[in-house]
Ligand binder design. Sequence first.
Ligand code: GLC
Length: 478
Amino acid sequence: MRKKILFVGSEAAPFAATGGLGDVLGSLPPAIAEAAQDGADVRVVLPLYGSVSDAFRAEMREECVMRIPLAWRSLYCGVKSLYRDGVKWYFIDNEDYFKRDRLYGCFDDGERFAFFCTAAMEILPRLNIFPDYLHANDWQSALTVIYAKRRYGHLPGYAAMKTVFTIHNIEYQGVYDPAILGDIFALSPDDALTVMHNGAINLMKGAIECCDLLTTVSPRYAEEIKGPDFAHGLDEVIRRNAHKLSGILNGIDYLSYDPKADPALPVRYSFRSPEKKAKNKEAFFREMGWEDGEDKPLFAMITRLASHKGVDLVSAIADRLMERDLRFAILGTGEGGYEAFFRELEQRRRDKVRSLILFDRALSRRLYAASDFFIMPSKSEPCGLSQMIASRYGSIPITRETGGLADSISPFREDGGKLAGNGFTFRDYRGEALLDRVDAALRLYADREKNLRYRTRVMRIDFSWNQSAKKYLKLYGI
Ligand code: GLC
């Protein structure tokens, strides 16, 4: 029997995406459809943000228009859909909620996603699309899992539906004042025990309690969040629900992140043509206004400038990094203090540093392609995708051993003449530990033959969805 899987989430590339969640929800559903062949019917429900392009809108068909009840409100809801990559994508339209200049960070996010989740539940009978598994992701769609259990569970169609909840990052939990339990979230005082945590409504906690299966995006992170250092206050809740929990490592979209076919690159290449990768480096140096030094190793970071990404480690060793014979480019936006720090570093060391304080996807691809090493020293990292993209583009990862970084990158070693591992890694969250691995990378770079051999190995590691999609199929019993 063909199993029906319905994903619910707040973003998916290429429609609307701000980060890793969007990358995963854009590429995992098609990967599951492909891996299952005819064994699965895969669909996704997303908000129709104002930023979804006209080209996609032109492809959409009108599914229905309905009213959605949310506590005392009755709200307009249009449902549109399109078919792409073996998956049917549904878009929930309500311009009051979703025609904004950003995806999140609005004063009424709680209400916007309560509406979205209610709509996701209400369209099931209307479009006759009850799935075997409803698969929600992070706090913005957590309410669907709570509603499935607490509000709709007794109704025909909903009763047989199982739920999966995936934690992409436990740091963002959807925490709200208990005063809006009924008015905004349409939950009753009986539900309080399920959704309350430390005196507040906590949507992620509610979904963890209510889901049938709980997953996160790497096996290591699944272990880490059982303890207080990583769980942001939810460790006890995770431990209590650990029998439902498993970790499945993300993959990356191998069609999109392919240096052989990436239209953003000046010169396309593969592990068979390292000299063409070098051309990308030359072009990048020119773009950055560096007149010489193409023979120097280029270290890159592409990251949100947030402390849990380990940016503070890099700022702590910045001066000592500058003593080394290298080039360093950092791309990303984030906390004001870090933005200022790296701007100032560039001003002082224009000979060695470029601080690109912006969000630019094409530029990020040029930097993956140009760089020799990719620094990702996260304090915590549920999975991380950049280290996988960097690998495919031949930029050797230098990572801290946490979460998905630990599951995807292991240290280089030569076992009886045979090369193993795929990067430089360190354990202690200390600047010196990172610097030590940078020095190891510099030594590798100085040995041309070895450098090429190691880099080729890194580029050939399989970070596609192949393996992981099979694990999801098993989870759904396909
Ligand atoms: C979040 C996590 C990141 C993960 C991504 C996709 O952005 O912080 O580690 O790769 O979700 O699951």
